[in-house]
Design a protein around this ligand. Structure first.
Ligand code: BGC
Length: 351
């Protein structure tokens, strides 16, 4: 079942639609045209009690004022580009320095701040909404007119499928992700430190003090970055370990085991023991930034006035590795003119 409503209006007077999609099991999600934001995800716990397990806001203005990317699609290039510079086909491109002299999540006017076009759909997999955006040649200083779409499908297996497609008229770089903060005890339940993570990964990409990858991989064995067995987020989050210190907690890219272009991998789980809720993450991308909300500070009240203080949500941002355009040893984020950009990430909810 799909319901479409008007969520609000931007400061420039653009109307923002919201879609709410519910499946046969009573699971639902809501998404808005602003930033292609996933605003709500309602799932049941072991007793059938429903809760909203993603952080979000109640007005367009809050999303316009937000700087934590709650639920949004970020682009053209998710995560960081060191020194806000990259070279493609011999041409150097200078981007916005919006993060300590580096570029974060595309730049100042990211895709998370745009009003996307939208349409609802129903197909053999389920029902959902498709958001579309045209990013002109030179937008945020990236080359090529890039036309992208992200399709959110809710299945009757309680999967929320995120399918990204795109095409550029010139060679460019493209790295799109969703920045949802999950809290399986409910978006307004406090921190996520007791929730457990498992990751199908033996390595992180080493980061420097500014969270720029160095090009080196670190074997997680024996470090607080090891989630090869399920571990509570809070167990080692303040450990005396240089990577943890640089990120002020978890804010790192894990290298996905078994990555091959186009192949879906089961990469992560998040579990809340008390409610029995569990989320599984699948993707065909090479990396995932696990970000434990270290910089959240409840600057703007959340849905129903919830206070999103430090570490009240955790993101699983599936992606090409940070700064991969400047690290030839990493899987390449280059999108050639006329070639299709196509990636899929699935968040599946179980109890
Ligand atoms: C980054 C964090 C950043 C956050 C912004 C994450 O993807 O890795 O360092 O603070 O986005 O909300």
């Amino acid at each position: 079942m799909i319901k479409q409503t008007i969520f609000g209006t931007t400061k420039d007077g653009k109307e923002v639609k919201e879609y709410t999609v519910e499946n046969a099991n009573g699971m639902s999600f809501s998404a808005i045209e602003f930033g292609a934001v996933i605003r709500k995800v309602f799932t049941k716990d072991k007793n059938g009690e429903i809760a909203d397990v993603v952080l979000g806001f109640d007005s367009v203005q809050d999303y316009e004022n937000d700087d934590t990317y709650l639920g949004a699609v970020v682009g053209r290039y998710a995560n960081r580009i060191g020194n806000a510079t990259f070279t493609l086909n011999g041409v150097e491109y200078k981007l916005d320095k919006n993060d300590n002299g580096n570029t974060l999540h595309g730049g100042i006017d990211g895709y998370d701040k745009r009003v996307w076009a939208s349409e609802s759909f129903a197909d053999e997999k389920g029902e959902g909404v498709k958001f579309m955006l045209v990013s002109e040649d030179g937008d945020q200083s990236y080359p090529g007119k890039l036309e992208i779409a992200v399709k959110y499908t809710l299945t009757n297996d309680n999967e929320l499928i995120l399918e990204y497609t795109g095409m550029s008229d010139k060679d460019t770089i493209c790295n799109l992700t969703n920045h949802s903060y999950f809290n399986l005890a409910g978006h307004d339940s406090g921190d996520v430190l007791n929730q457990l993570i498992w990751l199908n990964s033996d390595f992180i990409t080493e980061a420097d003090e500014q969270s720029i990858t160095t090009g080196k991989l670190i074997d997680v064995k024996g470090t607080p970055m090891d989630f090869t067995t399920e571990t509570a987020i809070g167990d080692r989050i303040d450990a005396d370990y240089y990577q943890i210190k640089f990120g002020a907690g978890y804010d790192h890219n894990w290298v996905i085991k078994g990555y091959e272009k186009g192949k879906m991998n089961f990469i992560a789980t998040l579990r809340d023991k008390a409610s029995g809720r569990k989320m599984e993450v699948y993707t065909d991308l090479p990396g995932v930034q696990v970000y434990s909300g270290n910089f959240l500070k409840a600057r703007i009240p959340g849905k129903n006035q919830a206070k999103y203080t430090r570490r009240t949500g955790v993101c699983f941002e599936t992606q090409y590795y940070p700064d991969s355009i400047n690290k030839p040893e990493f899987p390449s984020p280059i999108l050639k003119a006329g070639e299709e950009y196509k990636t899929t990430t699935i968040y599946k909810f179980i109890v």
